[in-house]
Ligand binder design. Structure first.
Ligand SMILES: [Zn+2]
Ligand SMILES: [Zn+2]
Length: 272
């Protein structure tokens, strides 16, 4: 079976490299029947990496949805950062809930865990006194809170905190402490009934050698009978279906018998 839709994609209305129409055309060329846009929710103070206004984004996307009706089922989602909740969730077809950043109240600074190794290092030093495991604990605590508080349809890149940690540069991903911290948050997120994404974006961008989430987390998701979807978190047309067949193969090997995919505008359980 071939993956025929993805729900996690970006365009030039946030930090994507291609316009939404270019992304949709690439999805059609890839043989998709459905495609969902999920720009980053508006972050204040104003940032180039997020949408500038919910209304402007929704209007533009709904127009495209009409234009492409009958060609591809286009859905209008949002990737909501925990620190940037949308005003009106019902205006979107679905919501991806993600944790990307910490806010340091003492100096009024945001630190992304996925922007650069230097920014992650500054976060660990400035907010956690150089204690990387403490940062990791805070990240997963935020992830669990985000899932409970906002009940997203999809949990975005569950272990994004590992993006710049290949080779255990900042913390030991094989330690029992790390695994238990991540697994506790995973179980809390599963409780909400959300769909977890297997996200190939970190590998596409050359930051990681494995997809999010790590294999031990995927195995735990399988054991907990959790729902999963496959996404490329595409920020450009070349990434539109990157790694989806490998991700599918990986989850099938673990034992998953189905994935949740957008079909006719809704998440449907698809046997694989
Ligand atoms: Zn994200
Ligand atoms: Zn994204």
């Amino acid at each position: 079976m071939k993956i025929f839709s993805t729900c996690h994609n970006h365009c030039t209305m946030c930090d994507g490299k291609n316009t939404a129409a270019e992304m949709i055309n690439a999805a059609i060329a890839a043989g998709f029947t459905d495609f969902g846009m999920s720009c980053h929710s508006r972050f204040a103070p104003e940032q180039n990496s997020t949408i500038k206004s919910d209304d402007e984004y929704i209007d533009a996307m709904r127009l495209l949805q009409k234009e492409y009706a009958g060609v591809i089922n286009f859905s209008v989602g949002i990737e909501q950062d925990m620190l940037a909740p949308v005003k009106k969730r019902s205006a979107y077809d679905y919501l991806i809930g993600s944790v990307h950043s910490f806010f340091n109240e003492r100096n009024g600074t945001y630190y992304s865990v996925d922007a650069s190794p230097n920014e992650l290092k500054a976060c660990i030093d400035d907010m956690f006194g150089g204690d990387a495991p403490a940062m990791v604990r805070a990240f997963y605590a935020a992830t669990a809170t985000n899932a409970r508080k906002y009940q997203p349809d999809v949990i975005g890149h569950f272990d994004l905190v590992t993006k710049f940690n290949d080779g255990d540069k900042f913390f030991d991903e094989n330690s029992a402490e790390y695994k238990n911290t991540a697994l506790d948050a995973l179980a809390a997120c599963v409780q909400t009934g959300a769909i977890f994404e297997v996200n190939t974006g970190g590998v596409y961008r050359g930051a990681k050698s494995e997809f999010y989430p790590a294999p031990f987390l995927l195995e735990a998701l399988y054991e907990m009978d959790a729902k999963i979807t496959l996404t490329a978190d595409a920020h450009c047309v070349d990434a539109i279906d990157f790694g989806l067949s490998q991700a599918l193969e990986q989850v099938q090997k673990i034992g998953f018998k189905s994935v949740f995919l957008l079909k006719n505008g809704k998440f449907n359980e698809i046997a694989v």
